[in-house]
Write a protein that binds this ligand. Sequence first.
Ligand code: LLP
Length: 387
Amino acid sequence: MLKASYPTDKFRNIPTPFYYYDMDVLRTTLHEITQQAAKSDFHVHYAMKANANPSILKEIRMAGLGADCVSGGEIQAAIDAGITSDKIVFAGVGKADWEINLALDHNIFCFNVESVPELEVINNLAGRKNKTAQVALRINPNVNAHTHHYITTGLNENKFGINMNELDTVIELLPSLEHITLIGIHFHIGSQITDMTSFQSLCVRVNEIQEYFFSRHIMLKHINVGGGLGVNYEHPNHFPVPDFEAYFKVFRQHLHLQPQQTLHFELGRSVVAQCGSLIARVLYVKQGATKQFAILDAGFTDLIRPTLYQAYHRIENLSSDEEEELYDVVGPICESSDTFAKACTLNKAHRGDLIALRSAGAYGEIMASQYNLRKLPKSYTSDELQR
Ligand code: LLP
């Protein structure tokens, strides 16, 4: 079994559980993104919701990415990390007035607007500040992302975006909204998408929607196709960097951009998932009636993805190279759903062994909670531990 290299000697003195970020993996990933995106002048806004750890954000800002935010808190964190407001986009079906005002005060690049009432509220609040808000209409393209139904967003049944049959109404309304400038259209069909044909279908739909706007003599400067590129959770050691070349190629080949149009992306998971691991210790190895349990000191409060989405994270025993055995790997929380993996192959486990839950850099630390009055996990970067 190929294991990743971890500074386990440094880990020994750190209380578990904690997140560990391998900055070399992050930097290699960012380098690949910027190289591949630059080929076509694609603009990438990092989806802050995946991980807003300041050390990670600093690296992302240094790579020149913008930010995709879904709350006032994220807008603030992006600004605090030094990401300039002209690279910030703001999405979300339920933007509160204070969040819109914060975005207006910072003159962000674009609001991705998800409904007619929201458009009216932004117009109103911008008017009070004597400003004009740049907006893109988030359109629900009704494209199936073929991913887990909890993380599918671009179907008619989902709460996101403006439905296509509502576009006429929006376009009739726009001239009366004096404090709004329509600069583009926005889409996001879902997350952890590994089948490139889903993105191809999105391109086809965007081309159709573009035709609709052309026929009404509306010129859109920006097209934003959201995020969603998946990572390889099964083999993070073999595939630490997602195939950005193939991903961007789909859009280069299938999306009909006009010469003066700019294409934007909102990548989250694919930027940060593989650089992060949740590091835990085995508290107890317990023989059950029909199986054995490795009980960790980390639970779903630290990493909720397996519980919430039945998500798979590769688990490695960093302290043992003894023969492999089967374990249900569980946490200490008082719920049966606090299970990371069933019948998982691990090198024979003992109390105190260090365990790595891999590919946890995205939607890991940021989704942690304090249920059972547990402490939020701390985090360390490889840079810090090398010092
Ligand atoms: N843009 C919008 C409008 C989004 O809603 C999302 C993710 C993204 C971009 C970034 O998508 P990504 O590139 O990361 O796939 N907590 C779930 C994932 C939820 C994704 C929500 N939206 C998980 O742990 O799998």
